[in-house]
Design a protein around this ligand. Structure first.
Ligand code: NI
Length: 394
């Protein structure tokens, strides 16, 4: 692409985004005030569909229950690039005191998925206007239920990724200043697996433990031993977290209960660590059972794999950001959170961009009741990813 052509796209895109930004912010505030939880995004997907209709973008609703898929057809044939945004909120009561704070008790866009939804609307709006110069198609994937994990799987099952050749996604990141971006090479976040363990003992009088089998003492040892997977088993250079987040047993101080129930999560970034953690939990359950006369019933569930950022897609995005905005993309540390865009990223070369959203003096934590991202991250996200797609389909 010649320099003049390059400048041409840059100023056109900057201008287009500057014009639409107030509207995107208005829609974002409306979505923010009316958050919906996983697979309940009926109002949200209605707002998305209405905006796509207003823009003249062909779309399908009800994909994966409450998902929406938009299609922009380029003037010439070429690959199909998908961009995915998640739409769901979290079961948190908002405490920001903002004029557009959630009107729903116990529901809040505390992870900024409202920002992602309107960023994708903005990307769709500009690429639709640029369709005469695109060689290939753009697929806009508005996904439900990222937090509960399940939306991506259902949308894929209903064809959202059919014919897609490459995929992009984004997440706001309040640890990064607004106007800057974060890139992670390789596994960008973690596999998110879960386990339930029921330790079966034998109930008895608290004064006569020798006549019972104490599941609480066994569970206490189990919790301690599980940590040795991280400290003594997984390679120290790899990532592994084993967290027991729930443990329940007993009612009375002088009664040994018949069982203890534990629930936990396992986060890993490397396949070897993922296998080692599962294998270790199974073995430790068997060891505790044999050693302490209890029976540990384990249910282990593999959740989503890590999002694998493909180096080619990463580089194309970084180059586009450089051309459109400047030298504002920095390497960033991987996260130990889960993200079901991973299922889409496992199908085609993919990249998930971190968009800086920090607002000085405001809470910088997603999933907190006072999270206040800087809304300017919407415009930056639109410019970065619309330019990336425009360059890929040039
Ligand atoms: Ni999120």
């Amino acid at each position: 692409m010649s320099t003049s052509h390059d400048n041409d796209i840059r100023s056109w895109l900057d201008e287009a985004v500057a014009q639409m930004e107030p509207r995107l912010i208005e829609i974002r505030r409306d979505l923010h005030a009316h958050p919906e939880l996983a697979f309940e995004e009926v109002r949200t997907s209605g707002v998305v569909a209405a905006e796509l209709a207003r823009l003249g973008i062909e779309h399908r609703t009800g994909v994966g229950r409450t998902g929406v898929v938009g299609t922009i057809r380029g003037a010439r044939p070429g690959p199909t690039v998908a961009i995915r945004a998640d739409m769901d909120a979290l079961p948190i009561t908002e405490r920001t005191g903002l004029p557009f704070a959630s009107k729903e008790e116990g529901k809040m866009h505390a992870c900024g998925h409202d920002l992602h939804t309107v960023t994708l609307l903005g990307i769709g709006a500009v690429l639709h206007r640029m369709r005469d110069r695109l060689s290939g198609d753009v697929r806009l994937i508005f996904q439900p239920a990222e937090e509960a994990i399940g939306g991506a799987r259902e949308m894929i099952a209903e064809g959202a990724m059919d014919g897609v050749d490459m995929a992009l996604s984004l997440h706001n990141r309040p640890e990064i200043p607004v106007g800057r971006f974060g890139i992670v090479h390789g596994a960008a976040n973690s596999a998110s697996d879960s386990f339930d363990i029921t330790v079966h003992g034998k109930s008895g009088h608290g004064a006569r433990p020798y006549a019972a089998v104490d599941p609480i003492v066994a569970a206490a040892q189990l919790v301690g031993q599980l940590q040795t997977i991280v400290s003594r088993e997984v390679r120290a250079l790899d990532s592994c977290v084993v967290t027991v987040g729930s443990i329940h047993a007993g009612e009375a101080r002088n009664v040994i209960p018949d069982r203890c129930e534990l629930k936990g999560t396992v986060r890993t970034r490397q396949p070897e660590a993922r296998d080692a953690a599962e294998e270790g939990i199974r073995r430790i359950c068997e060891g505790i059972s044999a050693g302490l006369r209890v029976r540990c019933d384990l249910v282990y569930r593999r959740g989503t794999p890590p999002v694998m950022n493909e180096e080619g897609m990463l580089q194309r995005t970084v180059d586009a950001i450089h051309a459109q905005i400047g030298d504002v993309a920095d390497e960033y540390e991987p996260s130990l959170g889960g993200e079901d865009f991973a299922l889409m990223a496992a199908m085609v070369p993919a990249f998930r961009l971190l968009v800086g959203s920090s607002q000085p003096g405001r809470s910088d934590k997603v999933h907190s009741s006072d999270y206040e991202p800087d809304e300017r991250c919407i415009g930056y996200g639109v410019r970065a990813l619309a330019r990336t797609v425009a360059d890929i389909l040039a």
